[in-house]
Design a protein around this ligand. Structure first.
Ligand code: MG
Length: 469
């Protein structure tokens, strides 16, 4: 009898130990990664980045618990090249995801992200990660370019911008001043299939959040990478009934506040399943605000310029990085870039960046941990295939100028570079070129060395689908 009792106790103790071991093993396993990428949200368009009327409590709380990066850059000032860079870790000029004429992909484009390119998903999938893309893709809508051909197990979203496929007889004023979903015949896709057209954009942010939560729940026992790329707040603006007309900032505010709600849903799902201490969440935007849309566009806050320009307002984006227990809370003034996420995630996953090509990013994980490292000290600002400006430390030299509103483009090659100190003068008001010619010379030298080693890839954005009549 005593032996039976002993064996029973031993059984329960061993079950308890193995379940604890299992829990420990899951906790110690490779970390999860989530990128939340908004479209055309400006540097000034979050509460935590100083907006006076937008209410973004969930993202603001992320910034309190994690890191707010004040000098975080995208690699291009418009959607397609910027999106290619965050996923590949390579400058768009290398991958061919740039153009001087058609600056992004359109519904009649025949190109997309080449099969040769690795995305974060491709690399993490090799490490046993579950991968999903939800939202805007904009790296090619033909089957061979879709997320499922680039390392993602699944895709749910609108394959290009939400203002494309506009019906012919609607004026721009009507389309963007009094938007209706039927004005834009954009498709909603699941994997390679169109499941809704036109996509109901009033519910799209909510549905992306629901899909994200479902993916997290379905993969809570294994490492995952979720790329959640919102179509909004790119114009035309749409919000669901729960948010429409609720923000002090008007319709643009309704949209941002719904996105903020959706961030809260994602974080809540992580906490509910005990994944918050093993998940890194990066919140950022693909380029600056589309200023020509006035109230319907965002704000670059104290920065100069907007979308379509490589002034700071076009490419410096509001960024928060969250990972309780893994990301040391604080404000980070160091430079970072979406180009850095591929090497950073690869490093945190215990994998290596492939050595068969040039990557343009740096491993930011020491900064996440709060170490005194400066992985990135330079930034190269491209406009198409032109090197528009270079930053090193606090100094930025320009080789071109442009319309600060971005549209219409007015690109001018400068006879001599201009120079700004982004530390003293973040709004780029005071040209120091004549006062500090030695700094200009140093930046010109950096630009020349960079350009001399650059192999520019063939543009994938020019070719249109040939219609067979
Ligand atoms: Mg954009």
């Amino acid at each position: 009898m005593k032996i039976h009792l002993f064996l029973t106790q031993l059984f329960f103790v061993s079950v308890l130990c193995s379940s604890q071991l299992l829990a420990q093993a899951v906790k110690d396993s490779k970390p999860n990664f989530i990128i939340i990428f908004t479209d055309d949200q400006g540097y000034g368009d979050l509460g935590t980045f100083g907006h006076p009327t937008l209410k973004t409590p969930h993202i603001d709380q992320m910034a309190v618990e994690g890191q707010k990066w004040t000098s975080f850059y995208v690699a291009a000032n418009v959607c397609t090249p910027s999106r290619s860079a965050i996923l590949t870790g390579r400058l768009p000029v290398r991958t061919g995801m740039y153009s001087n004429n058609r600056r992004v992909l359109f519904p009649d484009s025949d190109g997309g992200l080449p099969a040769y390119e690795n995305t974060i998903a491709t690399l993490l999938k090799k490490e046993g990660y579950a991968t999903a893309a939800i939202g805007k893709w904009h790296l090619g809508h033909l089957p061979q370019y879709l997320p499922t051909s680039h390392g993602f197990d699944s895709y749910f979203g609108i394959p290009y911008s939400n203002d494309m496929d506009r019906i012919n007889d609607i004026t721009t004023k009507e389309a963007f001043g009094n938007s209706k979903i039927e004005y834009f015949n954009v498709p909603l896709m699941r994997n390679e299939q169109i499941i809704e057209q036109p996509a109901d954009q009033t519910t799209i942010t909510r549905r992306y959040a629901e899909e994200a939560v479902k993916f997290i729940e379905a993969n809570k026992e294994q490492p995952f990478f979720l790329y959640l790329a919102h179509n909004l707040p790119h114009v035309p603006l749409f919000a669901s009934d729960d948010f429409l007309g609720t923000s002090e900032r008007g319709l643009y505010g309704d949209v941002i506040e719904e996105i903020d709600w959706s961030v809260g849903e994602v974080l809540q799902a992580l906490k509910q399943h005990g994944l918050d201490d093993n998940t890194y969440v990066v919140f950022t935007s693909d380029n600056g605000p589309w200023l020509v849309y006035n109230e319907q566009g965002g704000s670059s806050g104290s920065l100069f310029g907007g979308k379509g320009t490589s002034y700071e307002g076009g490419v410096r984006v509001p960024t928060v990085i969250w990972g309780p227990g893994n990301v040391k809370p604080g404000v980070v003034f160091k430079m970072g870039s979406t180009l850095d996420l591929l090497p950073t995630f690869t490093s945190l996953a215990g994998a290596k960046v492939p050595q068969d090509r040039i990557y343009d990013g740096f491993d930011l994980s020491p900064v996440f941990r709060g170490e005194k490292a400066i992985p990135r000290d330079e930034m190269f600002y491209y406009h198409g295939d032109r090197l528009f400006a270079v930053r090193k430390g606090e100094f930025k030299a320009y080789f071109y100028s442009n319309n600060p509103a971005g549209y219409p483009e007015k690109l001018v090659k400068l006879e001599k570079p201009t120079l700004f100190n982004l530390g003293h003068d973040p709004s780029e008001r005071f040209d120091l070129a004549d006062l500090q010619p030695e700094v200009v010379a140093d930046l010109v030298d950096i630009a020349q060395k960079h350009a001399s080693g650059m192999v520019i890839g063939k543009s994938q954005l020019e070719k249109r689908i040939t219609k067979v009549e």
